[in-house]
Design a binder for this molecule. Structure first.
Ligand code: 5GP
Length: 193
């Protein structure tokens, strides 16, 4: 739990696959530019419409491993047993040092790592309105084949069971409402360094 009298600068958002974390992040990027939104590195290839440096930094596996060895990640994980994803440390630390609230949208493994190293952060779980709705969203996205969907559903089942580990649960029934609730949890006072 965050300490009493201490509103969090760093908010970690996790939740099952396809719950809409990306949509909430995109909403915050557009409507709350004061929030520093961490841009993760990944070894997976870009999807159509994804822009390098905006949605992710797309890097080769060798480069990712070099950055791990150099201690450049706040956390990193292999997600869905496929690609590596990680949060570059420098930009997040710089934003926090400037008094800017920072948001990490990462998977459960990554959230657990950050809890070890930065326990003062607030950990928020984005939940679907229901399991059926989650399956609908996952199938509806249509960017993965059936085998990939099964892997992701299995991950989602495990991730849903972890909601109890988080400080707050936000139900993503409406992107705008959920995003506003998330931002309302952040500390805005620039003098609170
Ligand atoms: P996608 O490939 O669909 O963009 O993302 C797959 C999963 O990777 C999502 O659950 C997303 O939250 C997670 N993810 C994205 N960036 C990071 C990161 O930097 N670290 C970790 N641990 N997970 C991440």
């Amino acid at each position: 739990m965050p300490q009493a009298n201490h509103e969090p600068r760093l908010v970690v958002l996790a939740g099952p696959t396809a719950v809409g974390k990306g949509t909430v992040s995109a909403y915050i990027r557009t409507h709350f530019p004061q929030v520093y939104l961490s841009v993760s590195m990944t070894t997976r290839p870009p999807r159509p419409g994804e822009v390098d440096g905006v949605h992710y930094h797309f890097v080769a596996p060798q480069e990712f491993d070099r950055l791990i060895a150099a201690g450049e990640f706040l956390e990193y994980a292999v997600v869905h047993g496929r690609a590596k994803y990680g949060t570059p440390r420098g930009p997040v630390e710089r934003a926090l040092a400037l008094g800017q609230p920072a948001l990490l949208e990462i998977d459960l493994q990554g959230a657990r790592q950050v809890r070890e190293t930065m326990p003062e952060a607030m950990f928020v779980f984005l939940a679907p309105p229901s399991w059926d709705e989650l399956v609908r969203r996952l199938v509806g996205r249509g960017t993965e084949d059936e085998a990939e969907r099964e892997v992701r559903l299995e991950t989602a089942r495990r991730e849903l069971a972890a909601a109890d580990e988080f400080d707050r649960v936000i139900v993503n029934d409406d992107v705008r409402r959920a995003s506003e609730e998330l931002v309302s949890l952040m500390d805005w006072r620039p003098s609170a360094l």
